[in-house]
Structures are given as C-alpha cells and as structure tokens.
Write a protein that binds this ligand. Structure first.
Ligand SMILES: [Zn+2]
Length: 476
C-alpha cells in the first residue's frame, strides 16, 4: 500500500492523508481546511491531490477545522462514502462546520465586493476575469448533506469496516471526542498496522481523559506541532485565574476580557470558575460567555459525559452542571452582546475568537483595551499579526476597525491551556512504537519543530523518521 500526504506536510494546518491499498481502494485520514494566508497555499483548499468520488471511506480524528474543515467540499466534489468518527466528534463536527460554512459565505461576499471595486477601478490582478463570480468553498446546505455520512464508532473497540480493514479509535485527550486512529489492513495475506496520531493531547488536563497510546504499529503518522518545545510546568491554574480576576475585577473594579476558542478553551475556563464558585472562592461578579458557537459546543460537552475524566465525573456527583454557576450568563443574541458595551461595573467576558481576529471579541477589545482599570487575559498561542498576538507581545497600541487604540489595560498570559502535547508528552505517547515502527512520518508541524523532534526520536531508538513534502507518496 501507499500513503500520499495531501495536507499538513511541513505545515500545521490542512491535515489530509490518503492511503492507497494494493487493490486500488482508497482511505482518507482527515480532511482539514487550510486557514492561513501564505501565498504558496492560496489554492490549497481547491486541490485535493486525488479524486473525491474514488474514495471508499474516510476517518476523522477530531472536529477542529484544520482536520475536518473541507469535508463539505469533499462531499460536494463527489465523495459519497462513510465518515468514521467518535460520537462526540460527529456532534461537534456538525456545529463547527456549520460555523465554518457561514464564514466561507461571508468571506465570499466580502471578496466579491473587493473584486467589483477592482472592476470599477480597472485594476484586475493577472488571474482575475471581469465576469468572475466569487463562490464560497461550501455553504451551510453542503454541511447538512454530509450529516448522514458521519458514522459513529465507539472508543476502545476494534470495529470491522470491511473484509480488509479494522479500525480502533482511542482517546487522544486533545479536545472532546478526539481520537487517534489505528488501522489493521489485510493485504497480500498479511496484516499491516498503520497508526495516525491525529492531534496528541496532554495528560492531567481538566475535563478530558489523558491521551491513550496506540497499539504497536508497523507505520505511524504523527503530528509534531510542538516538536521543539517544552510547555512550562502547569501552574495552579485555579489559583492563577482567581488572582487575575481578583486584581482586575475586585481591586481595580474593571472588566476582564478573555479571548478564547469556542471549543475546549472556553469550557475549561468555565469549569475552573464553576469549581471556584462551588467552593465559595469566586468573587460575586458577573461572568459572560459571549459566543453562540461556545454555547453550542458547551451543549455538546454536556451530552457526552463518556469523554469526561474521573475528576469531572466525581465533581458531577455534587454539581450536575459543571458549565453553569450563579453569576454566569451565556449570550447568544447579537443585541445582548452589544448591551455588554453599556454595562458598567466589573465583570468577566469570555468571547471568541481566541486570537481576537474575528467574532464578537473584537468589539470587547475595542471597547475595553484603553481603560487602565481593565485586564486582558491571553490563554493560548496567537499568531503574531492577530490582535491577540499584538497584545501578548507587549505592544502599546492596537489597530481595530480602522482605529488605532492605546493599550492601557493590564495584559496577563496563561500558556498552560495548550491542547497539544509538548515534545516530551508526544514522545511519551509514541515511545511504545520504537520497536515496531518501520517508518514514522512526521506531519502537522513547522519544519524546525519537525527536524528537532526527528532528532529526538532517532536518538531514542526509532529506526526511521520521515518528514514528507506536500503531495509526496511513500510505499508502506
Ligand atoms: Zn486539533
């Protein structure tokens, strides 16, 4: 059999890998969207590197858009097979993709307007036609069409897909429903085991179970995002968050603005505050979660306790709703979100996106960042050019909605919330493969991180570690 790396090769986004069996059958692992703006990837989302209608089935590791974001396009382009994933991934993928479709549609309208402006000014680019109509990559209706193809597979049990292929999904501990993928494929009278890590989570995180390594595999495809990084040892998050809330909201009587991803980060923050509230330690100030996608994601969390770790199960014996406490309000409607601008007095506002480059959080930053009484808490990686990245770099001003604003709010950073394992955590997850893996392919990482992680793996005893290029094929 062969593997073709159709995405996330020397990149951290657009995860898409194709297995081609000897008899010509084709299995796709993940179907991610490229979300950046680098010119060399301009056409990535339109180019599959295979014919979607020829795929037999696909396996989805988890519901992050860089792993599932092109599924509606795959179906639109002719794929009609089953999409195997966990129960929680199915539920999350539907809400994430619906949100993504709205963004695609809005982007297309925006791009159309830009094109028409260039038409009026007769300033076309080389590849543009005067009659061009900008179409979104997919629409909400395309998401609805794929739902019947999403096929749930429970964790931890080998599942027979057909005569040749058996599938095992184990908890990746990365986001709700995330899995690593083990395949036992019968070919030429023997069984070849192929493992795909998906994204590797971290041990000892709130809410989710720890990552469970794959059984020993003949070939492994592994992510390598933090292949050259050690996460700082996690501080007492509860205590640190509490101190920040007290400083901003109690001592300074200000507002604490937290840009946070709707899926994962928001639920972790709410759960930590829920625990503090139950213990009577959280100051009595209003807490708002202002993001419809976060509300939908939290609803899915509540429906999938099979993904919770033991701590959370124990906690739920005394508090049946770990994502709701006195003083917490979820805000869905845009009018209510706008009313927060008028709100006087201390409060905490958690809103998306996590990097501050889209969504309602931009309005909260715009309204609050210049007041020295307020605080902004950054809880994860932000690309350098995004508002979150600019704020965490210590800049003294920020441009938002065309206006340059001085940053007088106090900036706090908590990096311990990462959902990706660092190099040691990834190594712990992979080390049982040292003797069995004939080749370990590193994907989903920048080249410096990949090269550093490859050296670490080879030194530890792995016989072969390959960093594939985009669209490269390898024999297994
Ligand atoms: Zn992920």
């Amino acid at each position: 059999m062969k593997i073709k790396f159709c995405g996330a090769a020397k990149e951290v986004t657009g995860s898409t890998h194709l297995l081609i069996l000897e008899n010509g059958r084709k299995i796709l692992l993940d179907c991610g969207l490229y979300q950046g703006h680098e010119p060399e990837f301009e056409n990535f989302n339109d180019n599959w590197g295979f014919i979607p209608s020829e795929l037999d089935f696909m396996i989805l590791s988890h519901a992050h858009i860089d792993h599932c974001g092109r599924l509606p396009k795959l179906v639109k382009d002719g794929f009609s097979g089953k999409i195997y994933c966990t129960h929680a991934t199915k539920a999350l993928a539907v809400i994430m993709l619906t949100d993504s479709a709205k963004i695609q549609e809005m982007d297309a309208v925006f791009e159309q307007k830009r094109l028409e402006k260039r038409k009026r000014n007769k300033s076309f680019r080389d590849n543009e036609q005067p009659t061009q109509k900008v179409e979104p990559l997919y629409r909400e209706e395309d998401v609805i069409k794929l739902i019947p193809q999403l096929t749930e597979v429970p964790y931890d049990n080998w599942f027979q897909i057909d005569e040749e292929v058996n599938l095992l999904l184990r908890d990746a501990g990365h986001i709700l429903g995330s899995a690593n993928v083990s395949l036992a494929i019968k070919e030429s009278g023997k069984t070849i085991n192929v493992g795909f890590s998906g994204d590797i989570g971290r041990p000892n995180r709130p809410i989710l179970r720890d990552p469970i390594p794959m059984p020993e595999m003949d070939f492994v495809i592994s992510e390598s995002t933090y292949g050259n990084r050690d996460h700082e040892s996690a501080p007492n998050e509860e205590l640190k968050l509490l101190e920040i809330i007290k400083e901003v909201c109690v001592e300074n009587r200000g507002k604490l603005i937290i840009p946070a991803f709707s899926l994962g980060r928001t639920q972790e923050l709410v759960y930590i505050m829920d625990r503090l509230s139950s213990e009577g330690r959280l100051p009595r100030i209003p807490v708002y979660v202002d993001s419809p996608l976060s509300i939908n994601a939290t609803t899915v969390f509540m429906a999938h306790p099979e993904c919770f770790d033991e701590d959370l199960h124990n906690y739920m014996l005394t508090d049946s709703n770990p994502f709701g406490f006195n003083g917490l309000r979820y805000i869905r409607k845009a009018e209510e979100s706008k009313q927060l601008n008028e709100f006087i007095g201390p409060c905490v506002i958690i809103s998306a996106s996590g990097m501050g480059n889209a969504g309602r959080i931009r309005h909260h930053l715009f309204n609050n960042i210049s007041n020295p009484r307020n605080g902004v808490l950054i809880v994860g990686y932000c690309a350098p050019q995004t508002p979150g990245g600019i704020i965490r770099s210590g800049a003294d001003s920020l441009k938002l909605f065309g206006e340059r604003l001085p940053i007088h709010a106090k900036v706090f950073v908590m990096d311990s919330f990462s959902a990706h394992g660092d190099r040691n955590e990834m190594f712990d997850f992979l080390k049982n493969q040292i003797d069995s893996a004939k080749n370990l392919f590193l994907v989903h990482g920048q080249i410096d991180a990949q090269e550093s992680f490859r050296t670490m793996l080879l030194n530890a005893g792995f016989s072969k570690v390959t960093i594939p290029n985009l669209m490269e094929e390898h024999e297994l």
